[in-house]
Design a protein around this ligand. Structure first.
Ligand code: SF4
Ligand code: SF4
Length: 439
């Protein structure tokens, strides 16, 4: 019998995954002659610094930007071609970032440094971390935290649990699910790499029960491996949030302001584990990611393997375009994603999905006054009081906002989702967090 786990509170939005779950990953390449754009800020931490100049010829896999600080990540060309400009460009998040622009020659000529490592099992822990750092691997599930930093906690011998985050609780997203189904061997080898970095850890692949095919498939494969387990989780949002996932899997609570390593845990999402595998075993830097393209306005919903830097408009076009003019296009899912202003922005390392919503799907009900039903408090996974935080945010009372622990909000959107008065709670709290911090 399966022992299914979960965390406290949270919500159950319709998962909207049916349309793309069964769609195998399809490779999409940027068109010959098109611009491929690499913003220097596509990860958490300091922006990368360009190491190429306008007019340079670059090869696929060549490093085009180096780390801009200790917490940063290098960037590599995902096509071959010529650097046509280095200038500020819009990112999908709405920020403007200095960017390297490559005119794609369509030849995909590889840098000669890309080579498979037959002897990867003999690499030391330090060598593995250096390879992952130099390959520009960052968390592909959301925030883009550099993976080599996660691999280097103050005392790695205290890490006893490595979690592969395959919860994928955000509605519409199915890219990690397809990775579990289609790239299983590479995922398990990636887990082996991570267990080499954390010699005292056991690995847990955490999957929600709306993906039972993946639970069953992986459970059968790891049956004889005493260091790897598959843990099914109740389908609930935001199970994929790091603190909630750790609590669901281990019962441990990451202290306020603390890190997973403080409770002996390191978490990577499934596609990130594949990126670790590709860098260490196949000798390839991070140049592509899987993107779910979905929503009622899209002609061909599916999961696509896309070169980082490809314009979102080019991706949509290559998948067959829009069925109808979208009312809203989200980068990410509807709970934590953000609306985009310009579809010429590129796919970056953290772009997990493009969701194009029709007028009907995007319509937001009018908000009304709070009826003090307490539902937002009951469902907040961080145990906060969203109705009070919303009040302080509106009044710009950042002292009270901090007193009520507003900075611990993980911006999951559960409060907005559950509120019967349709109050824009999460949005106001998110803005207040930024303003409180900047003060
Ligand atoms: S859920 Fe909405 S209506 Fe209910 S207490 Fe919270 S803010 Fe007020
Ligand atoms: S207050 Fe923050 S953490 Fe709590 S439900 Fe709202 S968005 Fe999520």
């Amino acid at each position: 019998m399966l022992f299914v786990r979960t965390f406290k509170n949270g919500v159950h939005p319709s998962d909207q995954k049916k349309a793309t779950m069964k769609k195998p990953i399809r490779i999409i390449l940027p068109e010959k002659g098109s611009e491929v754009v690499y913003p220097m800020q596509q990860h958490l931490g300091a922006p990368a610094k360009p190491v190429v100049a306008s007019g340079d010829r670059v090869l696929l896999g060549q490093r085009i930007a180096e780390m801009g600080g200790r917490v940063s990540s290098p960037i590599h060309a995902s096509v071959s071609g010529v650097v046509s400009a280095i200038e500020p460009r819009l990112t999908p998040t709405g920020l403007v970032s200095q960017s390297v622009i490559i005119e794609n020659d369509g030849l995909m000529l590889e840098d000669k440094s890309l080579a498979t490592r037959e002897d990867w099992r003999s690499l030391s822990r330090e060598e593995i971390i250096d390879i992952v750092r130099d390959a520009g691997v960052v968390g592909l599930g959301g925030a883009g935290f550099p993976t080599h930093i996660k691999m280097s906690p103050p005392d790695y011998t205290k890490i006893d649990c490595f979690i592969v985050n395959a919860a994928e609780c955000e509605p519409y997203l199915t890219s990690d699910y397809r990775v579990l189904i289609e790239e299983t061997d590479r995922l398990l080898e990636g887990v082996e790499v991570m267990l080499g970095v954390f010699p005292n850890a056991e690995a847990v692949i955490a999957i929600e029960t709306n993906k039972m095919e993946a639970v069953n498939r992986l459970s059968a494969l790891v049956k004889r491996n005493p260091r790897v387990d598959v843990v099914p989780l109740y389908t609930k949002y935001p199970q994929g949030a790091e603190k909630q996932l750790i609590n669901a899997v281990t019962g441990r609570v990451v202290p306020k302001g603390g890190l997973p390593a403080d409770v002996g845990v390191v978490v990577n999402n499934a596609d990130t584990v594949i990126a670790v595998h590709r860098s260490v075993v196949r000798g390839r830097p991070l140049m592509r990611r899987i993107v779910t393209v979905s929503g009622g306005a899209v002609m061909n919903k599916g999961n696509y393997k896309v070169r980082i830097g490809m314009p979102i408009s080019g991706l949509i076009e290559a998948t067959g375009g829009f069925r109808e003019e979208p009312a809203k296009v989200l980068c990410g899912g509807p709970m934590m994603g953000f609306a985009m202003y310009d579809l010429d922005a590129p796919i970056i390392k953290t772009s997990s999905a493009i969701v194009a919503l029709t007028e009907r799907e995007a319509r937001l009900p009018e908000q009304s006054g709070c009826i003090r039903c307490g539902k937002c408090v009951e469902h907040c996974p961080m145990g906060l009081m969203p109705l009070e935080l919303n009040k302080f945010a509106i009044a710009a009372d950042y002292g009270k906002f901090e007193e009520y622990d507003g900075s611990s909000c993980i911006e999951c959107g559960c409060c907005t989702y559950i509120c019967p008065a349709k109050r824009h709670l999460a949005q106001s709290i998110k803005t207040a967090k930024r303003l409180a911090r900047s003060r």
